[in-house]
Design a protein around this ligand. Sequence first.
Ligand code: AVI
Length: 335
Amino acid sequence: MPMKTPRFIQIYQDNAQVVQQELVQGLASNPAHGGATTSPKFLYDALGSRLFEAITELPEYYPTRTEAAIFRTHGDAMARQMPKGATLIDLGAGNCGKAASLFDRFAPARYVAVDISVDFLRGALECLQRQYPALDMVGVGLDFSRTLELPPEAGANDGSPRLLFYPGSSIGNFTPDEALVFLRQAHAACGPVPGSGLLIGVDLVKDTAELEAAYDDALGVTAAFNRNLLLHINRLAGSDFALADWSHVALYNTAHSRIEMHLQSRRAVTVTWPGGHRAFVAGERMHTENSYKWTVEGFADLLQQAGFATPSVWTDAQTTGQGRFAVLWAPAQTP
Ligand code: AVI
């Protein structure tokens, strides 16, 4: 059989002016409205993405390796529930490694890798195509936090069931309200073909010390990841944040079941940008990321509110006796 060639479709176009406005609005937000804040998406410039990859290898950051172990241990049981000949839609595919590790077990008919830019996907898909020459592969550049509507050229409308794949507990970076909106869109994106559904990784509520260590590691990689945001903002908004003025803070907010990352000013500073400025008192914080932790019951309930049927759940409880992370398969319709 001749080797197929991956196709690439770029939908998302960022608009520098809109991005600048969004950033400046968040920076200017006054303490009565929760203080300065930025979207976690700005953590991921080229260096931020590399720092995040390094985080996933840290001894303290358990989610990535725990999720991988769940797939290794329970992959066969999962595969028995997955639709056959599916279009596997990988949301936030990056280097495509997690989805690729499932190809042999899940045997999809098509792989649609979605990320903000097809440039992130090109190398990985071209390499994967050589290993899986008969698998139809499409790279789509889309901001799926805004819309999950795939272009028709992606081929997902060919009548095959759709397997949406959203690993890594990225759902935790949405507030519960945003997560529900996202899951409703994911449910709609599963389409009408029976057998379709969502396979998702979710980080679970656990001991505060373990959570805070995972987001404030001894090597300082997460601190670098958080502080690098300032360099990215300076480029995008034309601001003059000085790295030396800001420290990384990560704390677990038990009332909201979320890790919060902040940047805290080490002294009184005034930050300027074209057309504006903001004074920060010593010790003032800028909120840069939330990472919500769920219980299995709470997340299963959210899935049901979004229209999914009762999920199947796999955790690491069998191996660790604790259940730090869960992978859920949520069929779009009741089987
Ligand atoms: C991408 N996301 C699931 C990570 C998390 O755990 O919330 C991002 C991260 N932030 C700090 N460390 C890792």
